[in-house]
Ligand binder design. Structure first.
Ligand code: HEC
Ligand code: HEC
Length: 363
């Protein structure tokens, strides 16, 4: 019953988004070309200090807008006083985030000494497919699932990311720590922090307004920002595999019964219909107790947004830093609030464990 409900929701919203496909939508085509475009130094590209020359350079797997390999991880640096806290940003804040693949330093190895950093965190390049639908989910739908004090006593909390933007509080929904409310904000942020390109000031604080090159600012027009935002918003969401194998249905039942769905909510409501993303878009701490990472106001070290699981078979490796090579590894990497759920997974027989993986691969 629930399966067909989700499938119908996916159909309705996909049909709505299909109107934005190549050919019939010049703004989509313009945005796609900009996402794909290698920018030049003469246009203000921040090379060699910045991370890449195009958006597609990182978001490419399995299609344009998709995820990126470990080599395309970005790293953030900070100082947590040897693990004793408090966490402080380095001078320059997030602008010091750099492409820093694990082949240069191990995933676990802290590059002590970089500008006084004693903690660093790898961030994998996520897929942006489906972000248009995620943007349609009303904030009240997200906050309705919060359980800040664990009132139901199941060991699982869940808190929305609240961000002060231009004097108002908004709910963050994009990025590993849900640090960004709107797709347009991420376009501004990535233009500056990944490509070194300045964008116009819209008063929301995500645009880089000036840089050190001789190209006059802003280097990207508001129309170009809008075109890329439209392209991302109109990309079709990942499609269900739709397997009729009984193992997949069994895996779905297991997903519910052992508690995965407590955080990976099968669908959230939107004006376009249910969005089958398998996330509540809330922050949870599923890291082991000795984990040290980047802290932000409203998102302490170890807290990450429950990642959507649609299209998950195409985006290995997994978790914010790519620490898990496959889906089984991702489940076993859950600790903290998900400790009991991970133990319940370990207590399943091999057939049930396998069915759960087959279900995840069908999403
Ligand atoms: C160097 C690799 C790299 C480049 C280049 C890059 N990104 Fe990203 N992108 C990332 C990483 C890493 C994240 C996750 C960041 C985080 O949450 O800390 C991300 C996240 C995003 C997200 C949010 C995805 C989600 O659902 O959470 C959007 C949207 C996005 N990027 C758009 C862009 C656009 C637009 C460009 C070009 C202007 C771009 N990116 C260029 C690596 C890259
Ligand atoms: C307490 C909430 C919670 C529960 C319960 C939970 N997860 Fe997660 N899950 C998360 C969070 C938060 C992350 C992201 C952690 C990170 O990025 O390091 C995550 C990450 C994942 C990932 C990797 C996603 C990616 O894009 O890299 C998969 C796969 C996954 N979970 C599947 C499951 C399955 C299957 C179960 C049940 C066995 C489960 N989760 C239970 C919160 C939860």
């Amino acid at each position: 019953m629930q399966l067909s409900y989700i499938a119908l929701g996916a159909f309705v919203v996909t049909a709505a988004l299909m109107q934005g496909q190549p050919g019939g939508d010049p703004q989509f085509d313009r945005g796609r070309a900009l996402f794909d475009k290698p920018f030049a130094l003469a246009e203000g590209l921040g090379a060699p200090a910045m991370n890449a020359d195009s958006c597609r350079a990182c978001h490419q797997d399995p299609v344009i807008g998709g995820a990126g390999s470990l080599e395309l991880n970005v790293s953030l640096f900070g100082n947590d006083n040897g693990g004793n806290g408090p966490f402080t940003n380095l001078p320059g804040g997030p602008a010091v985030s750099k492409m820093f693949p694990p082949s240069v330093h191990g995933r676990e190895e802290y590059p002590v000494g970089i500008n006084g950093a004693d903690v660093f965190e790898q961030r994998q390049t996520p897929s942006v497919l489906g972000n248009g639908l995620i943007g349609q989910i009303p904030s009240v739908v997200i906050t309705a699932n919060e359980d800040v004090n664990d009132a139901n006593n199941d060991g699982i909390f869940g808190v929305a990311r609240r961000l002060a933007i231009a004097g108002n509080i908004e709910i963050g929904r994009f990025g590993w720590k849900a640090q960004v409310p709107l797709i347009a904000d991420f376009v501004n942020d990535a233009m500056f922090n990944e490509l070194g390109l300045t964008t116009p000031d819209n008063g929301r604080g995500f645009a880089g307004l000036t840089d050190a090159d001789n190209v006059s600012d802003p280097e990207i027009t508001q129309e170009q920002v809008d075109d890329i935002r439209h392209f991302i918003a109109m990309l079709p969401p990942p499609q269900r595999g739709g397997s009729a194998a009984p193992e997949v249905a069994e895996g779905q039942t297991t997903f519910q019964t052992i508690g995965c769905a407590l955080c990976h909510t099968p669908s959230l409501a939107s004006p376009l219909g249910p969005v089958p993303l398998f996330s509540n878009l809330l922050l949870h701490n599923v890291m082991p107790p000795d984990f040290r990472g980047i802290a932000e106001p409203g998102a302490p070290s170890g807290f990450y947004r429950t990642p959507p699981l649609w299209g998950i078979k195409d985006t290995a490796p997994y978790m914010h830093d790519g620490r898990a090579e496959d889906l089984r590894g991702a489940i076993l990497a859950h600790s903290g609030e998900a400790e009991a759920v991970r133990i319940a997974y370990g207590d399943l027989g091999p057939t049930e464990q396998n069915s759960l993986i087959l279900f995840l691969e069908d999403l």
